[in-house]
Design a protein around this ligand. Structure first.
Ligand code: THU
Length: 132
């Protein structure tokens, strides 16, 4: 991918198409995410709910875990899109999981359909993160 703008658009588009595969029969709140790795690969994911609600996995974690399980542990950016048409900031658990695999200046892109609406650096969403 040549420049930032292009990869941001591509990530938001990939998050949008992953959102179509959301498994959300309980909340009906569909979320898609896509991550860009250091190697330049993109992995996408959707939220996957469960009748035992606590077993639900958010879209961001699905995408991150897909990358990590393919051996890619350095993530440069993550895009998130949800079905309500508004920018959807990641939940606290997903912010913590992002912090494991992203640098403080990694980008968190909140998209609306095929366009980015807001872009944060991870340290804006998770200041004073836990590390050891
Ligand atoms: N959800 C995500 O996929 N990502 C978030 O960051 C927040 C919440 C999902 C989990 C659940 O399936 C639905 O949205 C409602 O909480």
């Amino acid at each position: 991918m040549q420049n930032n703008e292009q990869y941001i658009k591509e990530l938001v588009m990939r998050a949008s198409s992953a959102m179509k595969r959301a498994y959300a029969p309980y909340s009906h709140f569909c979320v898609g995410a896509a991550v860009l790795t250091e190697k330049g690969n993109i992995y996408s994911g959707c939220n996957i709910e469960n009748a035992s609600f606590g077993a639900t996995n958010c879209a961001e974690r699905t995408a991150i875990f897909k990358a990590v399980s393919e051996g890619e542990t350095v993530i440069k950016a993550v895009a998130i899109v949800s079905g309500n048409g508004k920018p959807t900031p990641p939940c606290g658990i997903c912010r913590q999981v992002m912090s494991e695999f992203m640098a403080e200046d990694g980008l968190v892109i909140l998209g609306i359909k095929d366009a980015e609406a807001k872009i944060y650096m991870l340290n804006e969403l998770l200041p004073e993160r836990f590390i050891y």
